[in-house]
Design a binder for this molecule. Structure first.
Ligand code: NOJ
Length: 573
């Protein structure tokens, strides 16, 4: 008998949320699966073309049924939206574009009712130029007390007409802008630092007001019940004293970037900030948690942020950047686990987010015509996700990855909103392609994103086939695979603790065991040839069609599982 196991098996009708182990323990964050909601592109309740908090509330049952433990929301605070809300004008209020502070409070309550925890995003490295502090500074002369909350530095040359040093903006161009005289609008010879857009001035973390104010912001939202914060640019807050030259060449944020050690990033003083934040988070019951966006050169440098009195977790971008290569993957997993373990922290796996190409497109090889082979990209993405969900630690999913959405590369120039596109004169496309609003149904024009047909970014025609509605009907869909894997992960206690043991496997494949009472083995075939694997018992889940036949040679061995290229599976020993 040949049993062909559908990749998703049967999608669970309704997830029973009461038994998730992660919600009954205080260190839920060590093994949680956290779903990143990009509010402007998730679901649009108001119908103005931009997603909002009420849209998220409407769709909380979807997230509960998907089987995640928590959600992280990108910033929704008052902002002129020059960098999609990462330019905050008021940290205590929700931008009317997204709703109200009351909506944010309701979202937390409604999520908790479904046993979903909620993580917000704090942006401490910079404010918007619309923030009260910067507006106040602009009214005063450079060097004033108001300017001291930012990095206001005299330029080079007698008249200060050259920037103070060579620090670059991550978004392209100089990291410095001239401060103009408030009365005459003439250059003053003084400059302010912005490591991102010119409308995002960097804060001076040596200033007591800056430290005190951010703790107030944390308290404000902690008091409203939020379970934690993702920390934007967590490695950037403290700059090297004296603003030394970096020798850095121009570069734009991107997944392929190496992260060099530079005087404006990853400075030792930043750790004091997080020690203080950790004390604050620990003073709450239950304790609140942090996940740092820490783009640093090595896992060892990242582990410094995860010492027991600092942050709980940090995104493992080394894993996100791993090539489609079994050896590289194994080394990255090993190295990441060992370094996190050296500070008793869990690893935090991630394959996609709102800043990088979606992993379907990133993992797609070029076909002979020089185009992206998206069907292979999709198979690889599904396999990579299934393996990620079997690794010890926590994992972040980016909205739409459960649908296998690809990067949208052909957005018209006039629709693009990422400042990277403008600051590089279009040389870099920027990040809009991974931020296109989600398809909920197969009906154009906006595929259930809203009912008015408006969308802040155009959605491709193929969105219908990839919609939630279409995929829920298909037991083999990418969405069904995620639901199946998450349901198994929630049921199997081995996924909440312990480590991984490597198993020997043929070249260009990986295999590991999650040991425990009923251990699970995860196998991944990165080669161009089928891979056969002997399993004692069940085929639990697979990323694509996998055949499982009873062994004719030795019945004690159970099943012969055959994995096509670009496929992963979970089996019982
Ligand atoms: C990292 C965020 O993820 C990105 O979207 C943002 O543009 C920069 N930080 C600046 O805040």
């Amino acid at each position: 008998m040949t049993e062909t196991a559908a990749p998703g098996l049967a999608a669970p009708a309704q997830t029973d949320v009461s038994h998730r182990v992660s919600h009954t323990t205080t260190d839920w964050w060590r093994s949680a699966v956290i779903y990143q909601v990009y509010p402007r592109s998730f679901a649009d309740h108001s119908g103005n073309g931009v997603g909002d908090l009420r849209g998220i509330i409407d769709r909380l049952p979807y997230l509960s049924d998907l089987g995640v433990d928590a959600l992280w929301l990108n910033p929704f605070y008052c902002s002129p939206q020059n960098d999609a809300g990462y330019d905050v004008a008021n940290y205590y209020e929700v931008d009317p574009l997204f709703g109200s502070t009351r909506d944010a409070e309701e979202l937390i309550i409604r999520a908790h009712e479904l046993n979903l925890r909620v993580i917000f995003d704090i942006v401490p490295n910079h404010t918007s130029i619309e923030h009260a502090w910067f507006r106040q500074a602009l009214l005063t002369a450079p060097g004033s007390a108001a300017w001291n909350r930012y990095h206001c530095v005299r330029g080079l040359g007698e008249d200060g007409s050259r920037p103070p040093n060579d620090w670059r903006s991550v978004f392209g161009g100089s990291g410095w802008s001239q401060i103009l005289d408030p009365d005459t609008a003439e250059p003053t010879g003084w400059w302010y630092l912005h490591l991102f857009d010119a409308t995002q001035p960097d804060l001076n973390w040596d200033h007591e007001d800056v430290r005190a104010e951010h703790e107030q912001v944390l308290k404000f939202w902690f008091d409203r019940g939020v379970d934690g914060f993702r920390i934007d640019v967590a490695h950037g807050l403290v700059k090297s004293p004296g603003y030394p030259f970096s020798g850095e060449s121009d570069r734009v944020l991107g997944v392929a970037d190496d992260v060099p050690v530079l005087p404006q990033w990853d400075q030792p003083g930043v750790h004091d900030v997080y020690r203080s934040w950790r004390r604050l988070a620990d003073s709450y019951d239950p304790p609140r948690v942090f996940c740092g966006e820490v783009w640093v050169s090595t896992p060892e440098a990242q582990a410094q942020y995860l010492r027991p009195d600092e942050l709980h977790t940090a995104f493992n971008f080394h894993y996100l950047k791993t090539r489609w290569d079994a050896e590289h993957l194994r080394e990255t997993i090993d190295h990441s686990l060992a370094t996190a373990d050296s500070v008793s922290a869990p690893c935090t796996w991630v394959l996609s987010n709102h800043d990088v190409w979606r992993h379907v497109s990133r993992l797609a090889p070029e076909n002979p015509q020089g185009n992206q082979d998206l069907s292979t990209g999709m198979a690889r993405a599904r396999a990579a996700s299934l393996i990620m969900l079997a690794l010890p630690g926590s994992a972040y999913l980016y909205q739409g990855e459960e649908l296998g959405l690809p990067e949208v590369l052909d957005l018209p120039a006039q629709s693009r909103q990422d400042p990277i596109f403008a600051r590089t004169d279009g040389a870099a496309l920027g990040r809009d392609g991974c931020r296109v609003p989600l398809p909920w149904t197969a009906q154009p024009p906006t595929f259930g994103f809203n009912s008015t047909g408006q969308s802040w970014l155009p959605q491709p025609d193929m969105w219908g086939e990839l919609s939630v509605e279409t995929q829920l009907r298909d037991a083999d869909s990418c969405l069904s695979m995620y639901r199946q894997a998450l349901a198994l992960r929630a049921d199997e206690s081995i996924f909440n603790e312990g480590t991984l043991e490597w198993l020997s496997s043929p070249v260009d494949t990986i295999a590991f065991r999650r040991p425990g009472r009923d251990s699970v083995i995860a196998v991944m075939n990165l080669s161009d040839e089928p891979l056969t694997w002997m399993a004692q018992k069940l085929l639990l889940a697979s990323s694509s069609q996998v055949t499982a036949e009873p062994s004719t040679q030795n019945h004690a061995l159970g099943l012969v599982v055959t994995l096509a290229p670009n496929t992963a599976a979970w089996v019982r020993e």
